[in-house]
Design a binder for this molecule. Structure first.
Ligand code: PMP
Length: 388
């Protein structure tokens, strides 16, 4: 990578330079096999070692309890939007006595805090007819940027097959600052695509956590799933008894994936390899606890500039501001294109806000250094001086 380029992209995002250098050094001859890791059989001993080590390292990094499985799947967050519906309905059905008399139709509870959780709920509605919107923050506030108080949540309680939320809304810059409190008998399902591995988290509070790799884990193509073992149930062929629950296609079936150690089919081997390097990099840095501190410092510095400025404005309420994705507006909108152009000239790339919300968005995942954020801040201050 060119040393004077700062990649603020939301994903695929910047990878640690040392990871890329190592991948480059090993590209033609992985671990003395005489070939690239891309050319190794996914059933080979070398790949098996790397695959298992990646899982162990992730388990260490996130302190994942033994009763959780790690799955390496494909299809990204968008596929998981459907996958969780299939698997958690099957798990709920399994819980209930087989001689169920009433129709099986438990609600699926969705917390909507931004465009990704909204999209997940819409996907669920495509597959199932009882999706309960616990709240849609946009309906409360007119736009995404806040989370309604708990009193206004319409949870279904223990009837629900699961409660779903997105821990960090990548487009809207809204991040939960604690784990939502729900009925403890109901599995909590969380999309952590854009903030997994960026702070410590109590995994035992969750039924399922998933994340696409392309932000904090590695290269696109891999989706990491962490699932509590009791939710892994054998899916039945579709029959009238299981009324309304579709049979799970094998590639989307958590239980099948777990039983095959994620090697049911050919996995995205290169992407898993890159992730294994990222995990090693993070462990060497001191793990999640260490990177969490840096992430807080980066976010604090950037929001301070925004809050003390006359031209920059954050659309997100202070208590739920994302440490990862910082969207902001420039008060005179016509200055935004000038801002972006000047940033590109200085090597600060991919700062344009998501097409649905416009403005600027600085994404600063684990691989973005404090130095990069300082560079952006310097530029923002200089830009403001020029225009005030
Ligand atoms: N959830 C979140 C929070 C995301 O940021 C994204 C992608 N940016 C997705 C889901 C969708 O992921 P994918 O593109 O891997 O399907």
């Amino acid at each position: 990578p060119t040393p004077n380029v700062w990649n603020f992209g939301a994903g695929p995002a910047k990878l640690p330079t040392s990871v890329l250098q190592r991948a480059q050094a090993e590209l033609l001859n992985y671990n003395n096999t005489g070939m690239s890791v891309m050319e190794l059989s996914h059933r080979s001993k070398e790949f098996d070692n790397l695959h298992n080590k990646a899982q162990r390292d992730l388990r260490t990094l996130l302190n994942i309890p033994d009763n959780y499985k790690i799955l390496f799947m494909q299809g990204g967050g968008n596929t998981q939007f459907a996958v969780v519906v299939y698997n958690l309905l099957a798990a709920k059905r399994h819980q209930i006595d087989d001689d169920l008399e009433e129709e099986f139709n438990p609600p699926l509870d969705y917390l909507i805090t931004g465009s990704w959780s909204l999209k997940a709920a819409e996907e669920a509605k495509k597959l199932y007819n009882n999706v309960n919107i616990v709240f849609d923050a946009k309906k409360f506030y007119g736009s995404y940027g806040s989370i309604p108080p708990k009193e206004d949540w319409k949870l279904s309680g223990s009837k629900a097959a699961y409660v779903y939320y997105c821990d960090n809304e990548t487009v809207n810059g809204v991040e939960f600052n604690n784990i939502p409190e729900i009925d403890p008998s109901v599995p909590l399902v969380c999309d952590m695509s854009s903030n997994i591995l960026t702070r410590r988290v109590d995994i035992s509070k969750f039924g399922v956590i998933y994340a696409g790799a392309q932000k904090n884990i590695g290269a696109a193509g891999l989706t990491v799933v962490i699932v509590r073992e009791d939710l892994l149930v054998r899916s039945k062929n579709f029959d009238n008894k299981s009324s309304g629950i579709p049979a799970i296609p094998s590639m989307l079936d958590y239980k099948i994936m777990a039983d095959h150690n994620s090697l049911y089919n050919t996995p995205p081997t290169f992407s898993i390899y890159i992730s294994s390097l990222v995990f090693e990099w993070l462990l060497e840095l001191g793990g999640v606890e260490a990177i969490e501190k840096t992430n807080l410092t980066k976010a604090k510095k950037l929001y301070e500039i925004i809050d003390n400025s006359k031209i920059y404005k954050s659309p997100v309420e202070k208590s739920v501001r994302s440490r990862m994705n910082v969207p902001f507006k420039i008060q005179r909108e016509e200055l935004e294109s000038e801002f972006l152009k000047g940033a590109i000239e200085l090597g600060m790339l991919q700062l344009k806000g998501h097409r649905s919300v416009g403005g600027i968005r600085a994404s600063m995942y684990n691989a973005m250094t404090l130095e990069g954020v300082d560079f952006l801040i310097e530029y923002m201050m200089a830009f403001e001086r020029k225009h005030c």
